[in-house]
Design a protein around this ligand. Structure first.
Ligand code: SF4
Length: 473
């Protein structure tokens, strides 16, 4: 029996479906990020059902007999569960609704509902097929306006165009399941995200072709290297066509070299003006807006850490802020910032796209801070760009320019190891637990301390990386 989730796994990667059906996948450990996604999914589902009861049922003018929540169907070979079927009194056919927590219809959703409509089509006379997803333009004002929170996208035509392809694909998926030799089944090209490397990549080298910047976006090239038996980055031939950036990464790896373009780093640092502020934000992005003026998935910046270097020789100062009340944090967040970050001097961040977008959005949500946020954005300096642009490159970065990869190479004495909170997704989930969760005072105090410690390390790491680079010039 092939279920809809099996089919989705097959579309993602045939070998992955094989592994699931042959009980070869070890249980996926739910990390903080996955848990956050699941929680958002449950929230959206709850509101989706509300939308159906409060908006669709009156619109269709149907009795409860003609509305089926989470019906299942199977035809002996295939099995599916829909979110809602509603019998349309005008057409006497069943309209199908699938609730998705995204703000758009994705490719996977199209295949997913086509599979469903094939299975349900055997038992029900289907009418129109809809995806109910979050409306990216919805802005909360007061209570959630359920009618505006969702967008209804009619996929009936898309499904009819895909039906033939999906019919073939689902039989191919059944063949994959019955295959004894998994090596005959195509594996995915994203082993870095694999929950169980034992099947497809038993001997995956520590630094592989899958780590080459953006190479997995080009499946043909990855397959070409796999076919030649070149899995380690050290095996990539000199004449293998790569982009300039990819070739640079391979060269650094193969020569086991550290590359430092001091002239360009120096030029870049010339733009900096004291006092220098090293800033990092943490934020939480709920699917359902929690406060007025927020849209679905808008980030709620709840914490910052700041280290200040007044001039080259001055002592480092540290400031921090975290919101612990159940309120929109922006006003307190920015007021606290305004008290210590003046309107002159450079603001160093790691990945200015993130802090820059948060500043812009905070200025939109609370327009009294618009000028201040614009001023901050005009002074941002992205330390990450030194590494992203290859001005400093080292094999040990493995092609990444994340601060978590750069820090241990440049400043081995500082480390995220052993911290209760050591990455952004856990910080986000921890803040939600601390402020909105069922946690007692002691747990709240611990979470607060862990969050402050984590964010402080992020800015201290930037300071030390900056100092290390400055020393080299
Ligand atoms: S590498 Fe992992 S994720 Fe990819 S197909 Fe194999 S088992 Fe699945």
């Amino acid at each position: 029996m092939l279920t809809k989730s099996d089919f989705v796994a097959y579309i993602d990667s045939p070998r992955h479906l094989w592994a699931i059906k042959h009980n070869k996948l070890t249980e996926v450990e739910h990390n903080a990020f996955l848990n956050h996604l699941f929680e958002q999914g449950y929230d959206v589902e709850e509101y989706g059902e509300k939308y159906i009861r409060e908006i669709l049922v009156p619109e269709y003018e149907v009795s409860s007999n003609n509305i089926l929540f989470q019906p299942t169907a199977n035809d002996g070979e295939f099995e599916a569960r829909a979110d809602v079927l509603i019998k349309n009194p005008k057409t006497n056919k069943w309209d199908m609704y699938e609730i998705k927590s995204s703000t758009e219809v994705k490719r996977q959703h199209r295949y997913d509902v086509t599979f469903q409509s094939l299975v349900f089509g055997k038992n029900y006379e289907l009418g129109e097929i809809f995806i109910l997803h979050l409306n990216p333009d919805y802005t909360r004002t007061g209570e959630i306006d359920i009618a505006k929170l969702f967008t209804r996208t009619n996929l009936t035509k898309v499904v009819s165009d895909l039906i033939h392809e999906v019919q073939i694909l689902r039989y191919e998926a059944l063949e994959v399941i019955s295959e004894d030799d998994y090596s005959l089944v195509q594996s995915c090209i994203r082993p870095k995200l694999c929950p169980c490397l034992g099947i497809c990549h038993q001997n995956l080298p520590d630094y592989s072709i899958y780590d080459i910047n953006n190479l997995t976006a080009n499946e043909k090239k990855i397959r070409e290297l796999e076919k030649l038996g070149f899995i380690s980055i050290d095996d990539v031939p000199l004449n293998f066509a790569l982009s300039e950036k990819q070739r640079f990464q391979v060269q650094i790896a193969q020569n086991n070299q550290t590359y430092i373009n001091s002239n360009s780093i120096e030029k870049s640092f010339e733009k900096l003006q004291y006092p220098i502020y090293f800033v990092d934000y943490e934020s939480f992005n709920p699917a359902i807006p929690m406060f007025d003026s927020y849209k679905p998935y808008d980030q709620i910046p709840f914490q910052w850490s700041l280290h200040i270097k007044e001039d080259l020789t001055s002592e480092l100062k540290h400031y921090e802020f975290i919101e612990t009340q159940q309120i929109d944090p922006i006003v307190n967040f920015l007021s606290a910032m305004q008290a210590v970050v003046g309107t002159n001097g450079s603001i160093i961040v790691w990945n200015k796209a993130f802090e820059g977008t948060q500043n812009k959005r905070m200025g939109e949500i609370h327009s009294e801070f618009k000028d201040y946020c614009e001023n901050m954005n005009s002074r941002l300096f992205d330390l990450m760009e030194i590494f992203r642009d290859g001005l400093y490159a080292d094999r040990k970065f493995k092609g990444s320019y994340s601060i978590k990869k750069v820090l241990p190479v440049l400043v081995p004495s500082l480390s995220y190891k052993g911290m209760n909170i050591a990455e952004g997704a856990t910080a986000m989930a921890s803040w939600n637990d601390m402020v909105f969760g069922n946690t007692d005072d002691e747990q709240k105090a611990q979470l607060r301390a862990d969050l402050l410690k984590y964010c402080e390390l992020d800015t201290l790491a930037m300071v030390r990386i900056f100092e290390k680079l400055a020393e080299l010039l």
